[in-house]
Design a protein around this ligand. Structure first.
Ligand SMILES: C[S@@+](CC[C@H](N)C(=O)[O-])C[C@H]1O[C@@H](n2cnc3c(N)ncnc32)[C@H](O)[C@@H]1O
Length: 329
């Protein structure tokens, strides 16, 4: 028996494997053996609240909770939500200064003046709000465009923070003071995201390991999934990236964390060398580079498919399942 640093909670290797495999199966998040104490420490307080004495009992409690409430609590406990506004600015500049103008030109030529962006694993909202501010800053270029930013996360608790849109401290360190004044209202130490920025972002709970729900997020122009897949097993990454490929319209871009790679995960995307960053692109069909993708139903991508209604419907459906949180939790 392996005893944790807290004398009152013990977790055997078998119990660790049980809960670890359950978390992996449901969320894609994988904890290696050396993360045993981290998992134990994160469970301890919750088990005390529930007056559950053993990890095995907690495992059954969460596994057989038909309401999913305990699973949501578990996800709040085991996810790492580190993020900040304007995180990795070169990547964001490659979006606003390079990918975006190209996308707009291409879409305008096709008579489609709408842009659909998905921040997958958005944590407390800094990433989608940053994208919204960057787009708002392109006033002339964006005139007449309909912009939708879908933002999703598995953790309901972190989404409640995202919806509140109130921030302070280090997370704001990269926001230019002029933009702080323009897109936030200040109350003491607290900065509140302005309604015009909030209006661009739709938050919803979505488990990226739920392939059916991921498949509903179709016809995206850009997907940001930065610093999320690092927590997943290779197998889950492969499924998810295949899903992202299908979610993107031809010509669309996939941003992953700057230290992440699709090497060994997918060969479906083209690597684009922008001035500011390397970005993955689903090539437009007419470029003639439509490589077959293992296990991917390319026909389901459909350049003209659903005119983008799918993801809106998906987000609506998802928010029916999970009621949008009210501020203040
Ligand atoms: C480190 S944050 C990254 C936030 C943001 N993308 C960034 O780069 O700053 C990782 C986020 O992924 C979310 N996450 C982890 N597993 C997930 C899953 N299976 N489905 C959806 N979101 C997940 C976590 O809850 C967390 O908020």
């Amino acid at each position: 028996m392996i005893t944790g640093q807290h004398a009152d909670l013990e977790m055997t290797a078998e119990e660790f494997a049980m809960i670890r495999d359950f978390i992996h199966e449901r969320s894609g998040i994988f904890f290696a053996e050396n993360k045993m104490y981290l998992v134990k420490n994160r469970l301890q307080k919750r088990m005390e609240q529930l007056d559950i004495k053993t990890v095995r009992d907690y495992f059954y409690h969460v596994k057989y909770d038909a309401s999913q409430r305990e699973f949501n609590v578990l996800m709040d406990l085991v996810t790492t939500n580190e993020t900040s506004f304007y995180r990795n600015e070169p990547q964001l500049l490659s979006f606003s200064e390079e990918a975006l103008p190209m996308l707009l030109k291409e879409k305008a030529a096709a008579g489609q003046k709408s842009l659909r962006i998905w921040s997958a694993g958005c944590s407390s909202g800094e990433e989608p709000y940053t994208l919204a501010m960057m787009i708002r800053e392109k006033t002339a270029m964006m005139a007449g465009w309909k912009v939708e930013i879908f933002a999703s996360d598995i953790s309901e608790e972190i989404l409640q923070k995202a919806r509140r849109g109130e921030y302070q401290g280090l997370t704001l360190r990269n926001v230019n003071p002029a933009l702080l004044g323009k897109y936030f209202t200040k109350q003491g130490e607290l900065y509140r995201v302005s309604p015009e920025i909030k209006a661009l972002v739709k938050f919803s709970q979505l488990n990226l390991n739920d392939q059916r729900k991921v498949s509903l997020m179709n016809n995206m122009d850009v997907i940001f999934c930065r610093n999320v897949m690092i927590y997943f097993s290779d197998e889950v990454k492969k499924h998810l990236v295949r899903g992202f490929f299908n979610n993107l319209r031809p010509g669309g871009y996939l941003y992953i964390g700057h230290s992440e790679t699709l090497h060994g995960v997918s060969k479906a995307f083209k690597l684009v060398y922008f001035k500011n960053a390397l970005v993955y692109q689903k090539e437009a069909a007419e470029s003639g580079a439509s490589r077959p993708v293992a296990g991917t139903t390319r026909t389901s991508v459909g350049a003209g498919a659903s005119a983008g209604g799918g993801a809106s419907r998906a987000m609506d459906l998802l928010s029916q399942v999970k009621q949008p949180a009210t501020a203040g939790k």
